[in-house]
Design a protein around this ligand. Structure first.
Ligand SMILES: C[S@@+](CC[C@H](N)C(=O)[O-])C[C@H]1O[C@@H](n2cnc3c(N)ncnc32)[C@H](O)[C@@H]1O
Length: 287
């Protein structure tokens, strides 16, 4: 079966960044995994849709004492990495199954076992009809099971306001350009449909009840670890690359200097980087 993403993004190219983000988000997301599984008894089936490098399912695997984790992604290289990472933690206790699949496939339920928990983080906004995708995800649930999505929240911040190079406020302008890029990305997906309301209502429209939202704070204060510095270098370079000339040329020159490992302004040598932001998690229960 031929499966691809709909957003024209080379996800395999983002493996290193996704792995670093998984490590940096671990402290914040481990309690979220525990909370989402707290109502599951016996040997539950968890489906992680758009699993990326598998970070959240590593937490699910640590929490479970038996059961199955189904990893689903449209990018084979990420799916393979997720299977490796989750399998290393699951051992013999938890079965790990990889499925190469597309969230936009309305018949996804035919390919998957009925789930006690479906988790979909940062993937629903990459398909054209997000409301239809939520209906598809809700259709994977057993009665009384939970769908949880991570979408929105507060965009990560990592840079001081004044870097001592270029104009102050670079990160704000990068994020503003990224918001424009996002609108273009959405508009460019074939069959893109507006979702002119918030995620809780979208979950209710998908037929779920007991809908709730909560936040998970990502907080790595200065001076930060080597991993944090490496992540920030990747993130800033990737943000600038993705927004292209939506960013003014002077800011693009500043970013080029910041990510140059041989230059005097290299971000990787700074002790004033941090990571601060929040993930929003929205969940609902099937009837
Ligand atoms: C932003 S990453 C999120 C990864 C992970 N869930 C996380 O929160 O770190 C988006 C993931 O969704 C996958 N993806 C994008 N479009 C998809 C689709 N239509 N069906 C399945 N997976 C998709 C990408 O390959 C990538 O692994």
């Amino acid at each position: 079966m031929s499966v691809h993403t709909h957003d024209d993004i080379d996800w395999a190219d983002r493996l290193a960044q996704l792995r670093m983000a998984d490590a940096l988000d671990a402290e914040a997301l481990a309690p979220v995994a525990r909370r989402l599984l707290s109502g599951s008894a016996g040997r539950p089936t968890v489906v992680d849709v758009g699993c990326g490098a598998g970070g959240m399912s590593v937490h699910f695997a640590r929490e479970l004492d038996g059961g199955t984790i189904v990893l689903l992604d449209a990018t084979p290289a990420l799916l393979a990495e997720a299977q490796r990472a989750v399998g290393a933690v699951a051992g013999e206790r938890v079965e790990v199954v990889g499925v190469h699949g597309d969230l936009a496939d309305p018949r996804l339920a035919d390919r998957l076992p009925a789930a006690d928990l479906v988790w979909a983080s940062g993937v629903v906004h990459h398909v054209g009809d997000q409301q239809a995708a939520l209906r598809t995800l809700a259709g994977l649930l057993r009665p009384g099971a939970v769908l949880a999505i991570s979408e929105g929240g507060l965009e990560m911040r990592c840079l001081p306001w004044d870097l001592g190079i270029g104009r102050p406020g670079l990160e704000q302008r990068l994020l503003a350009a990224r918001a424009e890029w996002f609108a273009g990305m959405r508009a460019g997906i074939a069959g893109s449909v507006a979702l002119p309301y918030g995620w809780p209502r979208a979950l209710r429209e998908a037929g779920l009840e007991d809908v709730e939202s909560f936040g998970a704070l990502i907080d790595h204060p200065m001076p930060g670890s080597d991993l944090l510095r490496e992540y920030v270098v990747h993130r800033v370079g990737w943000l600038a690359e993705s927004v292209g000339d939506r960013l003014d040329s002077d800011d693009r020159a500043t970013v080029a200097a910041l990510v140059d490992p041989d230059g005097p302004a290299f971000l990787g040598h700074r002790a004033d980087l941090y990571l601060f932001g929040a993930k929003a998690i929205h969940s609902g229960r099937s009837r």
